[in-house]
Design a protein around this ligand. Structure first.
Ligand code: GLC
Length: 550
């Protein structure tokens, strides 16, 4: 197996991250010798049980592939791959976008039957992530590198909404390549929120960019990209947007509605779990890539402090299980001073009825949002899966999330993986919360719709927690319909049985998500690209059961 090349001029590398000690990071550069551990070795140490040693030995070797059109999975396995795999690769390749002859991304949807293209013909940063992982897993890193560099260039643009200038580090939500057939030139138009419906800047784009840069580095062993001054600066600019000091009393990141995958008003403003989990993962990924030079060190110090506070806050205040629910149910309100148990003054009367029935005795999850007197008890899949992958969730919490998924299979997975959130909101609440959004009616789209793209995150979480059988069940469901239905963007209904009312067909991330899930199950060492091991130095969760009496 090939070892990563020795980088020049940096004192910290990705391969050190699994046993990265936050407290030591502040004062001592790590020994270079440790870097010689191969990436594959690290990937495997990140895996839990559920696979035999033989499975793990089939590790991915960076840069060892020379087939361009044949998926690696065809070559490796003696058994016949599912016919959908070849179709998916073909569809994924059809969605590729070129800039001056170089592949730079994939469009959101290749749906010619749809009357309205809107912005689905653009390369979305978040949508490209599963495509990028599929290409990396298939030994085709060039498109990912080009994408990372192109979006880095776009970050440098001046961004304005009317007369207001946005922060320097903001990454685009999407970009479009414009081909001029007469002049034979290509130009790019990017959207940082100034054209987006609702005019919200994508908070998740910068985080996904950092996470993808780490995935690229880890998969290829090529440290030279992340170590360029341009990439180092790009990371710092993204971080400076979210590590600056202000009026915050919480380490979580305050956001507007619509700033992430749920890009319309859905009552996720405040401190949405999706953003907090991505923030945590991006901080840890950045920590593994930032150089310990003068500028880097300043950020490393800030990251380390923030990670401590963020993990404490999330693991304590966002975590909900049977006991915690019972504690909140019995909360006193209007407590003043440091001794308050109900720190955010959550009113027990605001606990929705459904959650009492939904909560199993074994299992738990990170709730959607926590802010003063407001707890959003909804389950959000992306945030919970990323919490597992980034090890924001402790091992116990990760297991509890998987227990909940198994226990509430019908509600969370139903007939089509995976509910974006649960449950939906309806009637008066829908009117107030969404502003009467006709696309987000009950059990549709962002409001309790089922999104096949989430399959890859579920699969990665299953592998990490040693429960691949859950992923297999979910993949079987996808294989029974997704191709037949022409790869829709989302499904509607309580069980996710109906192709979404306004769902695009040939939605690229539905296609790529399926491929990534398949490739990870075949070769679980791939998960190292997108998973971070637990940091042993972070304080364990403190049990708050002060109001729990037997
Ligand atoms: C929808 C989704 C958003 C996605 C975009 C392009 O607006 O809500 O998350 O990035 O479509 O597929």
């Amino acid at each position: 197996m090939e070892c990563p090349k020795e980088p020049l001029g940096s004192q910290c590398s990705l391969s050190e991250m699994d046993d990265f000690d936050l407290t030591r990071a502040l004062d001592k550069p790590r020994l270079k010798i440790e870097r010689k551990r191969s990436f594959d070795e690290r990937s495997m140490s990140e895996l839990s049980t559920g696979y035999s040693r033989h499975d793990l030995d089939m590790a991915h070797s960076p840069g060892s592939r020379s087939f361009v059109d044949t998926p690696l999975s065809y070559v490796r396995n003696s058994f016949e791959p599912h016919p959908m795999v070849a179709e998916a690769w073909e569809a994924l390749r059809r969605s590729m976008v070129f800039f001056r002859g170089q592949p730079v991304g994939t469009i959101a949807a290749y749906d010619h039957a749809s009357e309205e293209v809107l912005n689905y013909d653009q390369v979305f940063v978040r949508d490209f992530v599963p495509s990028a992982l599929a290409f990396l897993m298939n030994g085709e890193p060039d498109i990912v590198k080009n994408f990372l560099l192109k979006t880095l260039q776009l970050q440098g643009w001046e961004k304005r909404v009317d007369r207001f200038k946005l922060g320097e580090g903001v990454m685009p939500a999407s970009f479009k390549v414009l081909h001029d057939p007469v002049r034979k030139t290509d130009t790019i138009a990017a959207d940082f929120g100034e054209s987006a419906i609702g005019r919200v800047a994508p908070v998740d784009s910068g985080f996904w960019w950092i996470i993808l840069l780490r995935a690229y580095t880890k998969s290829t062993g090529d440290l030279t990209l992340s170590e360029t001054p341009e990439c180092q600066r790009g990371i710092r600019l993204i971080l400076s947007l979210c590590l600056s000091e202000g009026f915050d009393t919480f380490p979580t990141l305050l956001c507007a509605d619509g700033c992430s995958m749920v890009d319309r008003r859905m009552g996720v403003y405040g401190y949405p779990i999706e953003i907090q989990a991505l923030f945590f993962m991006a901080l840890r990924s950045a920590l593994s890539m930032l150089k310990h030079d003068e500028e880097g060190r300043e950020f490393i110090e800030k990251i380390v402090k923030r990670l401590h506070a963020l993990s404490f806050h999330m693991r304590n205040y966002f975590w909900l299980d049977f006991q915690q629910l019972n504690d909140i149910y019995r909360y006193k309100t209007e407590e003043y001073s440091h001794t308050a148990v109900n720190k955010f003054n959550v009113m027990p009367d605001s606990i929705p009825d459904w959650v009492f029935d939904f909560m199993p005795l074994r299992g738990g999850y990170f709730v959607g949002n926590v802010s003063p007197a407001r707890m959003d008890f909804r389950w959000f899949s992306l945030g919970n899966c990323v919490a597992i992958l980034s090890s924001l969730a402790t091992p116990d919490q990760s297991m509890a999330i998987m227990d909940l998924l198994e226990h509430r299979w019908e509600e969370l997975i139903g007939e089509m993986p995976l509910k974006i959130c649960y449950p939906c909101i309806e009637s008066h609440e829908w009117r107030i919360v969404t502003g009467c959004d006709p696309k987000n009616t009950r059990w549709s789209y962002h409001n309790g719709g089922s999104w096949p793209v989430l399959l890859w995150m579920l699969t990665a979480a299953c592998i990490k927690t040693g429960r691949p059988q859950i992923a297999r069940r979910a993949i079987d469901l996808i294989e029974s319909r997704l191709h037949r239905d022409c790869w829709p963007e989302y499904y509607d209904g309580k069980l996710g049985r109906y192709v979404g009312k306004q769902a695009r067909k040939f939605q690229t991330w539905s296609i790529a998500g399926y491929l990534v899930a398949k490739m990870m199950l075949e070769d679980p060492s791939h998960i190292g690209m997108i998973s971070l091991e637990e940091d042993k130095q972070m304080k364990p969760v403190i049990k708050r059961s002060a109001s729990w009496t037997c």
